[in-house]
Design a protein around this ligand. Structure first.
Ligand SMILES: Cc1cc2nc3c(=O)[nH]c(=O)nc-3n(C[C@H](O)[C@H](O)[C@H](O)COP(=O)(O)OP(=O)(O)OC[C@H]3O[C@@H](n4cnc5c(N)ncnc54)[C@H](O)[C@@H]3O)c2cc1C
Length: 325
Protein backbone atom coordinates (compact mmCIF):
# COMPACT_ATOMS: atom_id res chain seq x y z
CA UNK A 1 0.00 0.00 0.00
CA UNK A 2 1.30 3.44 -0.86
CA UNK A 3 -0.31 6.42 0.76
CA UNK A 4 0.02 9.93 -0.62
CA UNK A 5 0.99 12.81 1.64
CA UNK A 6 -0.27 16.28 0.76
CA UNK A 7 0.88 19.59 2.20
CA UNK A 8 -2.20 21.75 2.80
CA UNK A 9 -1.42 25.45 2.88
CA UNK A 10 -3.93 27.51 4.84
CA UNK A 11 -4.42 31.18 5.52
CA UNK A 12 -6.97 33.06 7.59
CA UNK A 13 -8.73 29.89 8.68
CA UNK A 14 -9.27 28.42 5.20
CA UNK A 15 -7.49 25.82 3.10
CA UNK A 16 -5.84 27.47 0.09
CA UNK A 17 -7.62 26.80 -3.23
CA UNK A 18 -4.49 25.30 -4.82
CA UNK A 19 -4.19 22.89 -1.88
CA UNK A 20 -7.88 21.93 -2.10
CA UNK A 21 -7.19 20.74 -5.67
CA UNK A 22 -4.04 18.89 -4.62
CA UNK A 23 -5.87 17.02 -1.84
CA UNK A 24 -8.70 16.13 -4.24
CA UNK A 25 -6.22 14.81 -6.82
CA UNK A 26 -4.25 12.86 -4.22
CA UNK A 27 -7.44 11.26 -2.87
CA UNK A 28 -8.50 10.18 -6.37
CA UNK A 29 -5.05 8.75 -7.19
CA UNK A 30 -4.61 7.07 -3.79
CA UNK A 31 -7.86 5.16 -4.32
CA UNK A 32 -6.48 3.92 -7.65
CA UNK A 33 -3.25 2.59 -6.12
CA UNK A 34 -4.85 1.11 -3.01
CA UNK A 35 -3.80 3.78 -0.52
CA UNK A 36 -5.09 6.88 1.23
CA UNK A 37 -4.42 10.60 0.98
CA UNK A 38 -3.32 12.29 4.21
CA UNK A 39 -3.01 16.06 4.51
CA UNK A 40 -0.48 17.91 6.66
CA UNK A 41 -1.23 21.34 8.11
CA UNK A 42 1.57 23.32 9.71
CA UNK A 43 0.86 26.37 11.85
CA UNK A 44 0.07 27.51 15.34
CA UNK A 45 -3.41 27.34 16.80
CA UNK A 46 -4.91 25.37 13.91
CA UNK A 47 -8.49 24.58 14.94
CA UNK A 48 -9.92 21.07 14.91
CA UNK A 49 -12.49 22.20 12.35
CA UNK A 50 -9.90 23.61 9.96
CA UNK A 51 -7.72 20.49 10.21
CA UNK A 52 -10.69 18.14 9.79
CA UNK A 53 -11.93 20.12 6.77
CA UNK A 54 -9.27 18.48 4.57
CA UNK A 55 -11.63 15.48 4.62
CA UNK A 56 -14.07 17.47 2.49
CA UNK A 57 -11.63 17.06 -0.40
CA UNK A 58 -11.07 13.37 0.24
CA UNK A 59 -8.19 13.20 2.77
CA UNK A 60 -8.62 10.26 5.13
CA UNK A 61 -6.45 11.81 7.84
CA UNK A 62 -5.39 15.32 8.86
CA UNK A 63 -1.94 15.59 10.42
CA UNK A 64 -1.53 18.78 12.45
CA UNK A 65 1.94 20.09 13.20
CA UNK A 66 2.48 23.00 15.56
CA UNK A 67 5.08 25.22 13.87
CA UNK A 68 5.65 28.23 11.66
CA UNK A 69 3.38 28.44 8.62
CA UNK A 70 4.38 30.10 5.36
CA UNK A 71 8.10 29.20 5.42
CA UNK A 72 9.52 26.34 3.42
CA UNK A 73 12.11 24.71 5.71
CA UNK A 74 9.86 23.98 8.73
CA UNK A 75 7.39 22.33 6.34
CA UNK A 76 10.23 20.25 4.85
CA UNK A 77 11.13 19.12 8.39
CA UNK A 78 7.52 18.18 9.10
CA UNK A 79 6.94 16.31 5.83
CA UNK A 80 10.27 14.46 6.07
CA UNK A 81 9.45 13.28 9.59
CA UNK A 82 5.94 12.15 8.68
CA UNK A 83 7.12 10.35 5.54
CA UNK A 84 9.88 8.65 7.55
CA UNK A 85 7.35 7.36 10.07
CA UNK A 86 4.64 6.17 7.70
CA UNK A 87 3.87 4.19 4.60
CA UNK A 88 4.10 6.90 1.97
CA UNK A 89 4.92 6.31 -1.67
CA UNK A 90 4.36 9.87 -2.83
CA UNK A 91 4.16 13.47 -1.67
CA UNK A 92 1.89 15.58 -3.86
CA UNK A 93 1.02 19.24 -3.49
CA UNK A 94 0.25 22.39 -5.39
CA UNK A 95 2.94 24.60 -6.86
CA UNK A 96 3.43 28.30 -6.40
CA UNK A 97 6.62 29.82 -5.02
CA UNK A 98 6.26 28.16 -1.61
CA UNK A 99 5.28 24.78 -3.03
CA UNK A 100 8.27 24.71 -5.39
CA UNK A 101 10.67 25.59 -2.58
CA UNK A 102 9.24 22.91 -0.30
CA UNK A 103 9.35 20.36 -3.13
CA UNK A 104 13.01 21.09 -3.85
CA UNK A 105 13.94 20.96 -0.14
CA UNK A 106 12.08 17.71 0.41
CA UNK A 107 13.67 16.10 -2.66
CA UNK A 108 17.12 16.98 -1.33
CA UNK A 109 16.29 15.78 2.19
CA UNK A 110 14.85 12.43 1.08
CA UNK A 111 17.10 11.95 -1.95
CA UNK A 112 13.87 11.56 -3.89
CA UNK A 113 12.82 12.22 -7.46
CA UNK A 114 10.79 15.37 -7.98
CA UNK A 115 8.70 16.75 -10.85
CA UNK A 116 7.60 20.37 -10.78
CA UNK A 117 4.84 22.13 -12.77
CA UNK A 118 2.97 18.85 -13.17
CA UNK A 119 -0.33 19.26 -15.00
CA UNK A 120 -1.65 15.68 -14.87
CA UNK A 121 -0.97 12.46 -12.97
CA UNK A 122 -2.16 8.95 -13.75
CA UNK A 123 -1.98 5.63 -11.97
CA UNK A 124 -0.36 2.80 -13.90
CA UNK A 125 0.37 -0.65 -12.47
CA UNK A 126 -0.02 0.60 -8.91
CA UNK A 127 2.41 3.49 -9.46
CA UNK A 128 2.00 7.13 -10.37
CA UNK A 129 3.22 8.72 -13.59
CA UNK A 130 3.43 12.51 -13.66
CA UNK A 131 3.04 14.59 -16.80
CA UNK A 132 4.89 17.84 -17.15
CA UNK A 133 4.83 20.26 -20.10
CA UNK A 134 8.29 21.11 -21.44
CA UNK A 135 9.86 23.26 -24.18
CA UNK A 136 7.55 26.21 -23.62
CA UNK A 137 4.59 23.83 -23.20
CA UNK A 138 4.97 22.45 -26.74
CA UNK A 139 5.58 18.86 -25.55
CA UNK A 140 4.74 16.68 -22.54
CA UNK A 141 7.34 14.69 -20.64
CA UNK A 142 6.30 11.70 -18.52
CA UNK A 143 8.00 11.13 -15.19
CA UNK A 144 8.26 7.71 -13.52
CA UNK A 145 9.85 7.45 -10.09
CA UNK A 146 12.68 5.12 -9.06
CA UNK A 147 13.09 6.60 -5.57
CA UNK A 148 11.24 5.19 -2.56
CA UNK A 149 9.13 8.35 -2.43
CA UNK A 150 8.13 10.31 -5.53
CA UNK A 151 7.48 14.04 -5.18
CA UNK A 152 4.88 15.60 -7.43
CA UNK A 153 4.42 19.37 -7.42
CA UNK A 154 1.47 20.52 -9.48
CA UNK A 155 1.29 23.60 -11.60
CA UNK A 156 -0.75 26.22 -9.79
CA UNK A 157 -4.43 25.27 -9.68
CA UNK A 158 -3.80 22.39 -12.13
CA UNK A 159 -5.92 19.95 -10.16
CA UNK A 160 -9.68 20.01 -10.02
CA UNK A 161 -11.31 20.48 -6.63
CA UNK A 162 -13.80 17.83 -5.58
CA UNK A 163 -15.84 18.10 -2.41
CA UNK A 164 -18.32 15.93 -0.56
CA UNK A 165 -16.03 13.96 1.77
CA UNK A 166 -16.52 13.74 5.54
CA UNK A 167 -14.38 15.55 8.12
CA UNK A 168 -11.07 13.74 8.58
CA UNK A 169 -9.78 12.46 11.93
CA UNK A 170 -7.03 14.74 13.24
CA UNK A 171 -3.68 13.46 14.48
CA UNK A 172 -1.18 15.76 16.19
CA UNK A 173 2.47 15.19 15.37
CA UNK A 174 5.25 17.08 17.08
CA UNK A 175 8.32 17.95 15.05
CA UNK A 176 11.77 18.99 16.28
CA UNK A 177 12.64 21.62 13.72
CA UNK A 178 16.21 21.80 12.47
CA UNK A 179 18.19 24.72 13.77
CA UNK A 180 18.49 26.27 10.30
CA UNK A 181 14.75 25.88 9.73
CA UNK A 182 13.90 28.28 12.49
CA UNK A 183 16.43 30.97 11.57
CA UNK A 184 13.82 32.80 9.49
CA UNK A 185 10.56 34.03 10.96
CA UNK A 186 7.56 35.68 9.38
CA UNK A 187 7.29 39.08 11.03
CA UNK A 188 4.37 40.40 9.10
CA UNK A 189 2.52 39.93 5.85
CA UNK A 190 3.02 43.19 4.01
CA UNK A 191 1.03 44.83 1.30
CA UNK A 192 2.48 46.33 -1.81
CA UNK A 193 0.72 48.11 -4.63
CA UNK A 194 -0.60 45.40 -6.89
CA UNK A 195 0.41 42.62 -4.52
CA UNK A 196 -2.21 42.97 -1.84
CA UNK A 197 -4.42 40.49 -3.64
CA UNK A 198 -3.40 36.92 -4.27
CA UNK A 199 -3.05 36.89 -8.08
CA UNK A 200 -2.55 33.14 -8.07
CA UNK A 201 -5.94 32.65 -6.44
CA UNK A 202 -7.82 35.42 -8.30
CA UNK A 203 -10.82 34.54 -10.47
CA UNK A 204 -10.40 37.62 -12.67
CA UNK A 205 -7.06 39.12 -13.66
CA UNK A 206 -6.62 42.37 -15.53
CA UNK A 207 -3.05 42.15 -16.80
CA UNK A 208 -1.15 45.15 -18.09
CA UNK A 209 1.82 45.31 -20.45
CA UNK A 210 4.07 47.91 -21.98
CA UNK A 211 1.09 49.19 -23.95
CA UNK A 212 -0.10 50.94 -20.77
CA UNK A 213 2.64 53.47 -21.46
CA UNK A 214 3.94 54.10 -17.94
CA UNK A 215 3.37 53.26 -14.27
CA UNK A 216 0.43 55.68 -14.07
CA UNK A 217 -1.19 53.78 -16.94
CA UNK A 218 -1.84 50.91 -14.51
CA UNK A 219 -4.61 53.03 -12.99
CA UNK A 220 -6.75 51.99 -16.00
CA UNK A 221 -6.18 48.30 -15.17
CA UNK A 222 -6.78 48.87 -11.45
CA UNK A 223 -10.04 50.72 -12.15
CA UNK A 224 -11.32 47.84 -14.25
CA UNK A 225 -10.31 45.24 -11.64
CA UNK A 226 -12.04 47.34 -8.96
CA UNK A 227 -15.19 47.51 -11.11
CA UNK A 228 -15.22 43.72 -11.41
CA UNK A 229 -14.81 43.60 -7.63
CA UNK A 230 -14.86 40.30 -5.77
CA UNK A 231 -11.87 38.10 -6.32
CA UNK A 232 -10.15 40.18 -9.02
CA UNK A 233 -6.62 41.55 -9.22
CA UNK A 234 -4.10 43.28 -11.46
CA UNK A 235 -1.17 41.40 -13.00
CA UNK A 236 1.75 42.44 -15.20
CA UNK A 237 4.31 41.37 -17.79
CA UNK A 238 8.00 41.18 -17.11
CA UNK A 239 8.65 44.16 -19.39
CA UNK A 240 6.71 46.48 -17.08
CA UNK A 241 8.07 44.88 -13.91
CA UNK A 242 11.63 45.37 -15.20
CA UNK A 243 10.74 48.97 -16.01
CA UNK A 244 9.62 49.45 -12.39
CA UNK A 245 6.00 50.19 -13.32
CA UNK A 246 4.56 47.36 -11.23
CA UNK A 247 5.89 45.00 -8.52
CA UNK A 248 7.44 41.62 -9.28
CA UNK A 249 4.80 39.92 -7.12
CA UNK A 250 2.32 40.62 -9.92
CA UNK A 251 4.47 39.22 -12.75
CA UNK A 252 3.01 36.42 -14.84
CA UNK A 253 5.15 34.12 -16.93
CA UNK A 254 8.22 31.92 -17.14
CA UNK A 255 10.11 33.90 -14.53
CA UNK A 256 6.99 34.99 -12.66
CA UNK A 257 3.82 33.26 -11.54
CA UNK A 258 1.60 30.77 -13.29
CA UNK A 259 -2.10 31.59 -13.12
CA UNK A 260 -5.34 30.04 -14.31
CA UNK A 261 -8.17 32.47 -13.55
CA UNK A 262 -11.68 32.27 -14.99
CA UNK A 263 -10.99 35.48 -16.95
CA UNK A 264 -7.60 36.81 -18.02
CA UNK A 265 -7.86 40.21 -19.64
CA UNK A 266 -4.61 41.29 -21.29
CA UNK A 267 -4.23 45.00 -22.01
CA UNK A 268 -1.26 46.16 -24.12
CA UNK A 269 0.48 42.78 -23.94
CA UNK A 270 2.13 41.37 -27.07
CA UNK A 271 1.87 37.69 -26.03
CA UNK A 272 5.52 36.59 -25.90
CA UNK A 273 6.03 32.85 -25.28
CA UNK A 274 7.58 33.59 -21.87
CA UNK A 275 4.37 35.38 -20.88
CA UNK A 276 2.07 32.82 -22.50
CA UNK A 277 3.41 29.89 -20.45
CA UNK A 278 2.21 31.62 -17.28
CA UNK A 279 -1.39 32.31 -18.30
CA UNK A 280 -2.41 29.99 -21.13
CA UNK A 281 -4.46 27.74 -18.84
CA UNK A 282 -6.84 30.62 -18.07
CA UNK A 283 -10.45 29.66 -18.80
CA UNK A 284 -11.19 32.74 -20.93
CA UNK A 285 -8.57 35.01 -22.45
CA UNK A 286 -9.54 38.45 -23.71
CA UNK A 287 -6.90 40.68 -25.30
CA UNK A 288 -6.89 44.37 -26.12
CA UNK A 289 -4.11 45.41 -28.47
CA UNK A 290 -3.82 48.11 -31.10
CA UNK A 291 -1.82 45.79 -33.36
CA UNK A 292 -4.11 43.28 -35.11
CA UNK A 293 -1.08 41.05 -35.72
CA UNK A 294 -0.02 40.83 -32.05
CA UNK A 295 0.74 37.17 -31.13
CA UNK A 296 -1.61 37.33 -28.12
CA UNK A 297 -4.59 37.18 -30.47
CA UNK A 298 -3.47 33.69 -31.57
CA UNK A 299 -4.40 32.25 -28.17
CA UNK A 300 -7.21 34.60 -27.12
CA UNK A 301 -10.87 33.64 -26.96
CA UNK A 302 -11.85 37.21 -27.72
CA UNK A 303 -9.70 39.94 -29.23
CA UNK A 304 -10.32 43.68 -29.29
CA UNK A 305 -8.17 45.60 -31.76
CA UNK A 306 -8.00 49.13 -30.45
CA UNK A 307 -6.35 51.68 -28.22
CA UNK A 308 -6.53 50.52 -24.62
CA UNK A 309 -6.74 54.14 -23.46
CA UNK A 310 -10.17 54.25 -25.06
CA UNK A 311 -11.26 50.63 -24.57
CA UNK A 312 -10.38 50.14 -20.87
CA UNK A 313 -12.35 53.15 -19.51
CA UNK A 314 -15.35 52.14 -21.63
CA UNK A 315 -15.13 48.57 -20.34
CA UNK A 316 -14.90 49.83 -16.78
CA UNK A 317 -18.01 51.96 -17.27
CA UNK A 318 -19.84 49.03 -18.89
CA UNK A 319 -18.97 46.69 -16.01
CA UNK A 320 -20.06 49.29 -13.46
CA UNK A 321 -23.32 49.87 -15.32
CA UNK A 322 -23.99 46.13 -15.52
CA UNK A 323 -23.36 45.76 -11.81
CA UNK A 324 -25.43 48.83 -11.05
CA UNK A 325 -22.64 50.56 -9.13
C1 LIG B 1 14.51 34.24 -20.16
C2 LIG B 1 13.33 35.15 -20.30
C3 LIG B 1 12.33 35.07 -19.37
C4 LIG B 1 11.21 35.90 -19.48
N1 LIG B 1 10.20 35.81 -18.55
C5 LIG B 1 9.08 36.53 -18.74
C6 LIG B 1 7.98 36.41 -17.82
O1 LIG B 1 8.02 35.68 -16.84
N2 LIG B 1 6.87 37.15 -18.08
C7 LIG B 1 6.76 38.01 -19.13
O2 LIG B 1 5.71 38.64 -19.28
N3 LIG B 1 7.80 38.16 -19.98
C8 LIG B 1 8.95 37.46 -19.80
N4 LIG B 1 9.98 37.66 -20.66
C9 LIG B 1 9.92 38.79 -21.59
C10 LIG B 1 9.11 38.52 -22.85
O3 LIG B 1 9.96 37.92 -23.81
C11 LIG B 1 8.52 39.82 -23.42
O4 LIG B 1 9.58 40.74 -23.65
C12 LIG B 1 7.50 40.50 -22.52
O5 LIG B 1 6.51 39.57 -22.12
C13 LIG B 1 6.85 41.64 -23.29
O6 LIG B 1 6.02 42.36 -22.44
P1 LIG B 1 4.84 43.25 -23.02
O7 LIG B 1 3.89 42.38 -23.75
O8 LIG B 1 4.33 44.07 -21.88
O9 LIG B 1 5.59 44.28 -23.98
P2 LIG B 1 5.70 44.35 -25.55
O10 LIG B 1 6.17 43.09 -26.13
O11 LIG B 1 6.49 45.58 -25.83
O12 LIG B 1 4.20 44.55 -26.05
C14 LIG B 1 3.44 45.69 -25.84
C15 LIG B 1 2.15 45.53 -26.64
O13 LIG B 1 1.30 46.64 -26.36
C16 LIG B 1 0.63 46.99 -27.54
N5 LIG B 1 0.23 48.38 -27.39
C17 LIG B 1 1.02 49.48 -27.33
N6 LIG B 1 0.29 50.59 -27.12
C18 LIG B 1 -1.00 50.19 -27.06
C19 LIG B 1 -2.25 50.88 -26.90
N7 LIG B 1 -2.30 52.21 -26.71
N8 LIG B 1 -3.39 50.15 -26.91
C20 LIG B 1 -3.36 48.80 -27.09
N9 LIG B 1 -2.22 48.09 -27.26
C21 LIG B 1 -1.05 48.79 -27.24
C22 LIG B 1 1.65 46.76 -28.64
O14 LIG B 1 1.01 46.58 -29.89
C23 LIG B 1 2.36 45.51 -28.15
O15 LIG B 1 1.77 44.33 -28.69
C24 LIG B 1 11.12 36.85 -20.55
C25 LIG B 1 12.14 36.90 -21.50
C26 LIG B 1 13.23 36.07 -21.37
C27 LIG B 1 14.32 36.16 -22.40
Amino acid sequence: MANILVYALHYDGAINKNSQGAISEAAKLAAQIGGEAHAVLVGSGISDDLAASVGTYGAKKAIRVDGPEGLAQPVVDALAKIIGGGDYGYALFGGGLLGFEIGAGLAARLDAGVAMEVTAVRAEGGKLVAERPILGDSAISEINYRSAVGIIIGRLNAFEITTGGSPAPVEDVSVDFSEFSTKATVITRGEQRGADVDIEGADILVAGGRGLGNAEGFKLAEDLAAAFGGNSAVAATRAVVDAGWYPYAAQIGQTGKTVAPKLYLAAGISGAIQHKVGMQNSENIVAINKDANAPIFEFSDLGIVGDLNKVLPKLTEAVKAKKGS
